[in-house]
Design a protein around this ligand. Structure first.
Ligand SMILES: [Zn+2]
Length: 379
């Protein structure tokens, strides 16, 4: 079984003889005498594509064989043509080689090891066993892109056991020979079974999306190549819309949003001060009155409490303040120094409510109509 993907990582179409075809749960496990379909391995997902008129749904390694899980059977002994889904393969190679460039630079700079690698549908996640700040990550990203522009070769080789013994590379541990070494001159050397781009230039673009503390080190989220372009284009478009909305130049949207946010906070403070004045003015109507029942539309919880406080501060009895909410009314009962718990309980029981609080301050919600509430208070 020839692994054509190792001989030529750009091989998109090939022809091979079918050596086996076995049914498995309604699908067919097909083996060939040669394949350009990369099976899952080294963190890199399998290739998709077609074999004759069958779709290749999954590719995995089993012993010496590579199994192509297909949706149709193929005749054993027949020669078939295979086509690899190139968009997917190129994307996966860009992510994988980009990961090697960055992991190599981080290893060279800090001596950290890549201790976790996951190639997701959207992002590539890499875990390192030491801390990296966002500023350091941005510096590494720049160096990684410099390595892309330098268009370095990505050399894959299988050294002899003696050469391997002497070689310096990442992920060096006791692996059964043969061990495949992927080397990017001056950047990285690593044991890896994945399929890589021919040169670093093919990676196109490397963008670190996040750098967050993870165990004793960090987890980096990364996008490379076409994914990086799509990601950056989407962020650019968001920023373009923000810039139009705020009439700010695109490189200055942060300052514009900062100004907007500061202005909004000032307005909130101003609105709260005005609200307080309005409530104080409302409370004036109840000076020296005994028990007060007051209705107001659309108050927030905080406003309801504030108004109840203001009214109970000037009347001689309790202040019962209501604001329409959903199918009924939110309420606040307030009277400094009094115990309103029994009143609250009675009200909840009679008017289908729930609530509670401190003796002198009860709040909750009633599922009742305005007339029912007024009648409860004998008004
Ligand atoms: Zn690798």
């Amino acid at each position: 079984m020839k692994k054509l993907y190792y001989e030529n990582c750009h091989l998109k179409e090939f022809s091979a003889a079918v050596t086996g075809c076995e049914e498995k749960d309604g699908l067919w496990e097909i083996t060939l005498d040669a394949t350009a379909f990369y099976p899952e391995g080294g963190g890199q997902p399998w290739d998709l594509g077609t074999l004759a008129d069958a779709n290749v749904l999954q590719v995995k390694e089993r012993g010496e064989e590579i199994i192509h899980l297909c949706d149709k059977p193929l005749a054993v002994g027949e020669r078939v043509s295979g086509a690899v889904d190139w968009q997917r393969r190129l994307d996966l190679m860009q992510q994988h080689t980009g990961e090697h460039i960055l992991s190599g630079l981080i290893h060279k700079t800090f001596g950290y090891h890549n201790v976790g690698f996951h190639m997701g549908k959207q992002m590539v996640e890499i875990d390192f066993d030491g801390p990296i700040s966002w500023e350091q990550a941005m510096d590494l990203e720049k160096q990684a892109n410099q390595a892309v522009w330098d268009n370095l070769p990505v050399n894959c080789s299988v050294p002899s056991p003696e050469e391997l013994e002497k070689a310096v590379y990442r992920s060096k541990r006791k692996l059964p020979w043969p061990v495949r070494i992927v080397e990017i001159p001056g950047i990285d050397s690593c044991a890896c079974c994945g399929v890589h781009t021919k040169t670093t230039g093919e990676v196109g673009l490397i963008k670190i999306v996040s750098c967050a503390k993870f165990h004793d080190g960090v987890r980096l989220e990364l996008v490379c190549g076409g994914r990086a372009y799509e990601y950056m284009a989407a962020i650019f478009e968001e920023n373009r819309k923000i810039s139009q909305l705020l009439s700010a130049k695109m490189p200055e949207t942060f300052q514009a949003v900062q100004r907007l946010s500061d202005g909004l906070n000032e307005e909130k403070l101003r609105a709260a001060a005005l609200q307080k004045q309005v409530f104080e003015s409302t409370a004036k109507d109840y000076v020296n009155q005994e028990n007060v029942v007051h209705f107001e539309d659309d108050l927030t919880g905080g406003q309801l409490r504030l108004l109840a406080e203001k009214i109970s501060g000037v009347c001689s009895g309790f202040a019962a303040v209501f604001s329409s909410a959903g199918d009924g009314f939110d309420y606040c009962l307030a009277q400094p120094g009094a115990d309103l718990r029994q009143l609250g309980k009675d009200m909840n029981q009679t008017l289908g409510g729930r609530g509670g609080g401190k003796p002198e301050f009860q709040q909750g919600h009633l599922g009742a109509r305005r007339e029912e509430i007024l009648s409860f208070f004998g008004k």
